[in-house]
Design a protein around this ligand. Sequence first.
Ligand code: CA2
Length: 147
Amino acid sequence: MKILFLNGPNLNLLGQREPEVYGKTTLADIEAMVRKRAAARGATINFRQTNLEGELVGWIQSAKGAFEVIVLNAAAYTHTSVALRDAIAGTGIPTIEIHLSNIHAREEFRHKSLIAGVCRGQITGFGANSYILGLEAAINIIETIKP
Ligand code: CA2
């Protein structure tokens, strides 16, 4: 089971700024947590972060044939990027949208996700645990496709 975790802009700042919104856990802490659970579940993960929209698009495109599922926290690009939506639709790889915060309980501009319609589902508001739930959803998809 090969699962690609992608993280968008500013998530490299997790644990360093705005702890009242995003918590004190760093992205490296989250990666370690996901790695541990993935190993226990027999899955292999690749975990990346970028501040660049085009880099995310490139990673999504080249995931074809290399990964079975993508777990994506597109951060602010969630609300703005038609390019990301098109890339997800274009690869056809099942993609799970995740967020640390509950985007529907925040500012109105965060309520709209441009990628939600091309993702298998959305996990939002469980803090760092959203990543573990994303991993479990990814494994479930893989096991359903290949019983
Ligand atoms: O809740 C999430 O996971 C978000 O994807 C986080 C994005 C935000 O734009 C989305 O609406 C919801 C923001 C990530 C920025 O993270 C920071 C962490 C620390 C300090 C500043 C930003």
